[in-house]
Every structure is written in C-alpha cells, then in structure tokens.
Design a protein around this ligand. Structure first.
Ligand SMILES: Nc1ncnc2c1ncn2[C@@H]1O[C@H](COP(=O)(O)OP(=O)(O)OP(=O)(O)O)[C@@H](O)[C@H]1O
Ligand SMILES: [Mg+2]
Length: 237
C-alpha cells in the first residue's frame, strides 16, 4: 500500500484512527466497490453513467471522466474512480502532490490505477446551487480566485473551472476538481463564469430564488461549449 504523504501528515489530518479508516476503506474499494460497480463513459463530453453502486457505497457526484463515491462508515473520505477508457488519474495525483495542503482544495491520501481516495469537501457545486436556488455571495467567487492564484504559484495551470468543479460551503468557495491543472494551454472557462456571475447573475438573478432545472443548466453547458469554440476560432483568424 502506498501512502502519498508521510505518516505524520495523515496523522495531522485526523487521528491515527483515520489511517485505519483509510486502510479499511481501501480494502472495501477492492473487495466490495470495484468488483460490483458498473460505471461507463458513453460520450466524452457528457458525464459518465453509473448503472450500479454496491451497498453500502453511495454515489456523490459525476463528471465527464469519473464517478465519486463514499462509504457510510468513512464519510469524510471519498473515492474518485475513473471510468474505463478515461485517462488522467496519474496527472490528477501529480496535481495533488504539487498543491499540498490547502483549505480550499481537497487532499489526496491514496491512489492506485484508476482511482484516488480524497478528502471529502462538504459543499454544493455552483451548478447545483443554481438548481436549488441557493444565493451565491461574491465571497465564494473571491475565495475561488485566490485558490486558483495559489495553484498558479505551485506551478499549475487552472483549467476547466466550470460550475460543477467549484463549490459553495457555508458561504465560502472551494475548488473540487483540479484534474486538468497540468494542461498548459489557456482555458477561459473560469473567466467566462466570472463574467456571467458579475454581469448577469449578481444584478439580475441573485435577487430571486431562481431554481433552474437541470435540463436548462445542461443546455447552457452545451451551448457554452459551442459558443466558446466559435469565439476561439474567430480570434485565431
Ligand atoms: N473531494 C470531493 N468531495 C466531495 N464531492 C466531490 C469531491 N470530488 C468530486 N466530488 C463530486 O463529484 C463530482 C465529479 O467529480 P470531478 O469533477 O472530480 O470529476 P471529473 O470527471 O474529473 O469532472 P470533469 O468533467 O469536470 O473533468 C463533482 O462535481 C462533485 O460534485
Ligand atoms: Mg469535474
């Protein structure tokens, strides 16, 4: 078993008992979760599909690459499992190594082929905030901005920061997905999201408890991708 950080760091994170929890959780991942999980990436630009999660594991979230799960006995830890054929777990591990400890990011405690065990972040993604009509204060955006600046100072390149990859937790901002931070090419997703926040959301929508259904949010997501590609092509001409 390879721990990514020296023992004293894991002891810092919680008590020694949590190292035991971590070991038991890894055993359960091997014995209960992986052999029975049905996880599939059908279309690379859409979230993976989870067909079956064995008890007592629960699905916490999905992205285009991976599903994230937790076990009721180890609720402060999650496991991010890459769907078959989706690459990137080792790059994500390298990003966590470079980030070290930071309160606005998760921490990676353990990784193996195709999965990572991470600290659970308790929050609601901005995407889900829009669905649930939760008000997003400017502090959330400012915290995320500062966290991304910190990532840059660690030699990383914040990438793919969209509404599902950032969270609000007790009025503060968190960054939940850092998997693409080794990619050096520029990515305007976060700048565009901030523009939408300051020019549209704050003046017009933040006053209402507007709850956008997921199909509307998904339409925005898909149209944004085409719109961004169109603008990028024009600016290259
Ligand atoms: N450490 C964590 N704590 C709590 N929830 C998490 C954590 N990591 C991920 N999640 C949840 O799982 C979802 C999917 O995880 P993640 O964004 O890392 O997957 P991905 O496939 O890399 O995403 P993308 O499509 O953006 O590349 C997140 O949107 C979030 O809801
Ligand atoms: Mg994501």
């Amino acid at each position: 078993m390879t721990f990514l950080y020296p023992g004293e760091f894991i002891a810092d994170y919680k008590s020694c008992q949590n190292q035991e929890d971590l070991k038991r959780m890894i055993e359960s991942i091997h014995q209960e979760l992986l052999p029975n999980l049905q996880l599939e990436s059908i279309e690379p630009h859409n979230p993976v599909v989870v067909h079956h999660v064995p008890e007592p594991w629960q699905l916490l979230g999905i992205g285009n690459y991976a599903g994230v799960f937790y076990h009721s006995e180890y609720e402060d830890l999650v496991v991010k499992i890459y769907a078959p054929g989706r690459l990137g777990w080792s790059e994500e591990l390298e990003v966590y190594r470079r980030l070290g400890l930071h309160s606005e990011f998760s921490t990676c405690f353990y990784a193996e082929n195709n999965f990572l065990v991470l600290k659970r972040l308790y929050g609601v993604t901005l995407y889900d905030c829009m669905n649930q009509g939760l008000k997003i204060p400017p502090r959330v955006i400012e915290d995320i901005d500062r966290a991304l600046e910190y990532a840059r100072s660690r030699g990383l390149y914040p990438h793919d920061i969209h509404g599902r990859n950032v969270m609000m937790s007790e009025g503060k901002g968190l960054v939940v997905d850092i998997s693409d931070f080794l990619r050096e090419e520029p990515c305007l997703a976060w700048d565009d999201l901030k523009k939408a926040y300051y020019y549209l959301y704050l003046p017009f929508f933040s006053w209402h408890r507007l709850q956008l259904p997921y199909f509307v949010l998904d339409l925005v997501r898909t149209n944004y991708r085409f719109f961004r590609r169109f603008l990028d092509t024009r600016s290259r001409r």
